[in-house]
Design a protein around this ligand. Structure first.
Ligand code: BDR
Ligand code: CA
Length: 355
């Protein structure tokens, strides 16, 4: 059993997901198979997290690893915000900080399926953690490559595993490409990625989809039920001085590490003259999975632009209510997306839960 320090998850989420609060799981976004937690009798959801840490990835990972609702089967690293040589050790560092020796970490793709890697050091710093320094991790990745571990785990628990993706979708697409029968065995996929209202790396594209649009297209067209937590809603979160102080004020290893990352990220933003604080995109995807009541959802068929010279990586949403479009795709496989979600200030069920 893990230790239970005194920092409540509400405080953690308030800081790490920038004001979002967590409640109990509810059916709207809770896509994973519930099963009984052998320790506490709580229900748990089987997930794998694919990530490119990344400041907001790191905080999202800490949040997920502190969440008793989740059985995290593995964390898989992918190149994105920084190269894999950094995202992999950063993921291992987070697992060590959270003292989650039980979670395997796998190395994934070093670059997109077809394109050259584009990174986001302008936002995440050269080391991916806003310049926050942590020791070299002692933990090693498992020998299986990420795509193979995803394939094996989904096949081991058919219909049970939810993939939470908070980086480019290269590893997931590679797993799907390697095993044509895999997609129907995936319970669901919750992604931070895409946007139906403009981009953050180009006017059209959100970073995770822009980095590997071909991979994103494979995922959207796979038939896996997708919940897309896009920029439409994640840009409503941003880290503030107050959030950082809450994290720094709680004396547990996880909150101290989160506070260090958040402080460095805030300083990184200030030094570059960026307005406001960094958005907690990835933390919101995890928080929204834990408590769907903090977001609102609408159904869209989503496709990805892969050939546009200026619009590669743009996600296009076809609403069933759009009306009489002259050209529209078959919408029978309608991935769910969320837009216009308003962070909910209340944490009804878990407000006083201790880690
Ligand atoms: C996404 O891109 C990355 O920079 C963040 O970690 C997040 O996953 C936001 O566009
Ligand atoms: Ca990310």
């Amino acid at each position: 059993m893990k230790k239970r320090p005194e920092f409540t998850r509400r405080e953690f989420v308030t800081a790490s997901a920038a004001g979002l609060a967590l409640g109990s799981l509810s059916p709207a976004m809770q896509a994973g198979q519930e099963r009984s937690d052998k320790y506490s009798g709580r229900t748990q959801t089987r997930v794998m997290i694919d990530t490119d840490p990344g400041v907001d990835d790191a905080l999202a990972l800490l949040l997920a690893m502190q969440s008793p609702e989740l059985t995290i089967e593995a964390i898989t690293a992918v190149a994105g915000n920084v190269p894999l040589e950094l995202t992999l050790p950063n993921a291992l560092r987070m697992v060590e900080i959270a003292q989650r020796d039980d979670i395997p970490v796998a190395a994934g793709a070093k670059g997109p399926l077809l394109r050259r890697l584009v990174t986001a050091t302008y936002a995440h710093g050269e080391n991916g953690l806003g310049g926050a320094i942590f020791p070299e991790p002692k933990r090693k990745p498992v020998p299986e490559p990420a795509a193979e571990l995803i394939r094996q785990t989904v096949r081991k628990y058919p219909g049970e595993v939810t993939l939470i993706t908070i980086g480019p979708l290269t590893n997931i697409a590679a797993a799907l490409n390697s095993d044509p029968e895999l997609a129907p065995m995936v319970r669901s996929l919750v992604m931070m990625g895409g946007s139906l209202s403009g981009g953050n790396i180009t006017p059209a594209a959100e970073f995770n989809v822009y980095v590997d649009p071909e991979a994103a297209r494979i995922v959207f067209q796979s038939g896996i039920p997708v919940t897309m937590v896009g920029l439409d809603v994640t840009t409503k979160t941003s880290l503030t001085e107050e959030h950082v102080r809450v994290l720094e004020g709680a004396h547990t290893p996880v909150s101290q590490a989160a506070g260090t990352i958040a402080r460095n990220a805030l300083n990184h933003y200030r030094e570059r003259g960026f307005p406001g604080g960094p958005n907690m995109h990835d933390s919101l995807a995890v928080a929204g999975f834990l408590d769907p009541s903090i977001l609102q959802f609408q159904d869209y068929y989503v496709d990805v632009e892969t050939t546009g010279e200026l619009t590669a990586g743009e996600t296009l949403g076809y609403s069933p209510n759009t009306g009489d479009l002259r050209r529209k795709p078959g919408m029978e496989r309608m991935p769910r997306t969320c837009r216009f979600g308003e962070p909910h200030p209340r944490s009804p069920a878990l407000a006083h839960r201790q880690f």
